[in-house]
Ligand binder design. Sequence first.
Ligand code: AMP
Length: 470
Amino acid sequence: MVEFKDLGLRSDILRAIEERGYTTPTPIQELAIPYVLMDRDLMACAQTGTGKTAGFCLPMLEILSTGGAKARMPRSLILEPTRELAAQVAENFAVYGKHLNFTAVLLTGGKGMEEQIKKLDRGVDVLIATPGRMIDLFERGNILLHDIRIFVIDEADRMLDMGFIPDVEKIAGLLPKLRQTLFFSATLLPEIRALAGKFLRNPKEVSVAPPATTAATVAQYLLHVSPRGKREALRGLLRRETLKNAFIFCNRKRDVRTLAESLTRHKFSVVALHGDMPQNRRDEALEKFRSGAVPFLVCSDVAARGLDIKGVDAVFNFDVPFNAEDYVHRIGRTGRAGREGHAYTFVAPDDDRLLANIVALIRKDIPVMEGFEPRPDALVPAGDEEPADEDFVSRHKQRAGRRERGGWEHDRHPRGHGSRRSARKPAPAESRAPRPGTGPGAPTIGFGDDMPRFLVKPRARAGQRKEETV
Ligand code: AMP
């Protein structure tokens, strides 16, 4: 069995790893570290949760621990798609580099630029940046890039989804030709490979997990709901399941906002996280969730991407994600490090095609949750749901129309993936079959036909400050 000491890392780094409590390298670390230390370019297929961050941090620390940085001339650059991920990478450098004289600086939007510029002036070994802020500071003349020896493009698939690739290409064009480039992506689909080819020279390819594996430790469930019954179904589940904490994913930023407000009105303790929030509020929300002060985080894919929060009990897909890969990423927030996790996906009638794409991607059926059965409309009190749900229905209809035309409405997913996915194998009959009263042409009356029976007898659970009447 390979140990950290076999990988060619210096004792100061090995000591920090030991103090962190890691005994053996993860597969991606075992594969990637030796190549990075050999100065090879790398194309790595690894998802968050595999230990990929240390896979590039550790050898970068080793390589950069000799020599020093000059003012405004960072020696390495890591690009991350979101501020939260960039912050996590910076934390990794602080942990593993604590016995070295090493400077890592975080360069992300939403934080004071002056402070970042001051740090750059003092000399930086590794710059961890989101593409936008990086370009801003370069164009203002605050950064000189000709000393960059190692360039890391992390979460490349996400960069692609978020439309950041032109920025990444622009930045790559500003870097010295003679450099080492490390490219990490959760998938190595043909378009990602083509992209990697633009940045890498004779790369070594390493892969640790097939792109579409969902953790074996996550129990997955489907809950068929009508769009109007979703919020109540969610509240019922939050009360019924014994959850310490959970992520609740929505597809759109505005729905993150309205759902968080709705849950708060119903006395659940939640925080919201989406890309339009000012950075200090994003940090605050994340800290409350991470520390356990608030048990439920309502979030968008972009904001929650790759967040490494230990011991998350469950993930709720309040909306079925537009991209099947996002399903894998979302549910990967729970069931980490061998712990058991639960993933609940609410499926409305219009979502069948999205669900079929997910089932095709993960290559297994998702069972329908037991005990979640249709309930007569009459049991749902009128006026409980906000008018926004009307919008939801019409948005859904519009979206179905757009889907037919091959376009998606999605926060910062300008490219969309509908066409690529549609070629995949259809879902098995049970995930396509219409629920009673929800098939084509069936009218939606009142709050819909899919209310779970358990909602009749709510019980107080984590995060519910006070019992409420459904
Ligand atoms: P990442 O995929 O980089 O987001 O890492 C996922 C989690 O694995 C983080 O909490 C890391 O701290 C942790 N981790 C990284 N390397 C190891 C290791 N060799 N042994 C145990 N845990 C690790």
